[in-house]
Ligand binder design. Structure first.
Ligand code: C2E
Ligand code: CA
Ligand code: CA
Length: 237
């Protein structure tokens, strides 16, 4: 029996690098739960539960706070990306709480990227817009996560002031050998270049995928080819 109100999450991080040179430009923070019996459990399992019982806000803040504290002393060019789940975008205090965490950890707002999935914009776009505007006013940057998987990806790009597009892993997988994902990735890259938005491709697992993305002008990549999610301490320094 585990009392969910007492759980502590771990902050794992996955490197984000430039496609061309492999230089590390940032880390995405990914929550993990070290379950006393089952070991390390991924967010796909516990986040839906945490959302249901209203714990996602507190748990996410734990993870974000830990990452900001650890990364505050790192190279100032390294950005930290954090994930916000759909129910957090209905919390009117979210922006204030993130800003307070920045102040408490002395982490510059310009180095923080907040990733929002397309599916979270589905519920109440006007409310989401007010949160997003507060975050942007602080200098925080905004990424549209899982791009292409939602209902109306293009209208989301237009309606909110995103700074970065993240191409979903499902399009990156086999991009170098399958025509359909390749066509979609090309289309996203040409759209983003027309909009002057940088792109991060996620879930890059093979050198062929990396080479394809580089040829097509993708700026940054992440995935198992570059590095798996690790406890944040193992990337320090
Ligand atoms: P996401 O933001 O799309 O995160 C990327 C997921 O893809 C991560 O799974 C990562 O481990 C996995 N991944 C990265 N590279 C590769 C690859 O090359 N191959 C494969 N097969 N997988 C790869 P993870 O850590 O299980 O996270 C799942 C989702 O949970 C994330 O999707 C994110 O939306 C959410 N999440 C993670 N941490 C948090 C958090 O602290 N708060 C909230 N609200 N959501 C979180
Ligand atoms: Ca993400
Ligand atoms: Ca994603």
């Amino acid at each position: 029996y585990v009392n969910l109100h007492h759980i502590r999450l771990l902050s794992y991080t996955e490197p984000i690098v430039t496609c061309e040179t492999g230089e590390i430009v940032g880390f995405e923070v990914l929550a993990r739960w070290n379950h006393p019996l089952s070991g390390i459990i991924g967010p796909d399992v516990f986040i839906p539960v945490a959302e249901d019982i209203g714990l996602i806000g507190r748990l996410s803040e734990q993870v974000i706070g830990e990452a900001l504290r650890d990364a505050a002393a790192w190279d100032p060019n390294i950005k930290i990306s954090v994930n916000i789940s759909p129910s957090q975008l209905t919390d009117g205090w979210l922006a204030q709480r993130i800003v307070r965490m920045l102040a408490e950890t002395s982490f510059p707002a310009e180095r923080l990227v907040v990733e929002i999935t397309e599916s979270s914009l589905f519920a109440d776009i006007e409310f989401a817009r007010s949160i997003v505007t507060s975050l942007k006013n602080q200098g925080i940057r905004l990424a549209l996560d899982d791009f292409g998987t939602g209902f109306s990806s293009l209208s989301h790009l237009r309606s909110l002031p995103f700074d970065i597009i993240k191409i979903d892993r499902s399009f990156v997988t086999n991009v170098s050998s399958n025509q359909q994902p390749a066509a979609i990735v090309r289309a996203v890259l040409s759209l983003s270049s027309a909009l002057h938005l940088p792109v991060i491709a996620e879930g890059v697992e093979t050198e062929n995928e990396r080479a394809f993305l580089m040829r097509e002008g993708c700026h940054e990549i992440q995935g198992y080819l570059i590095g798996r999610p690790q406890p944040i301490a193992s990337y320090a320094n």
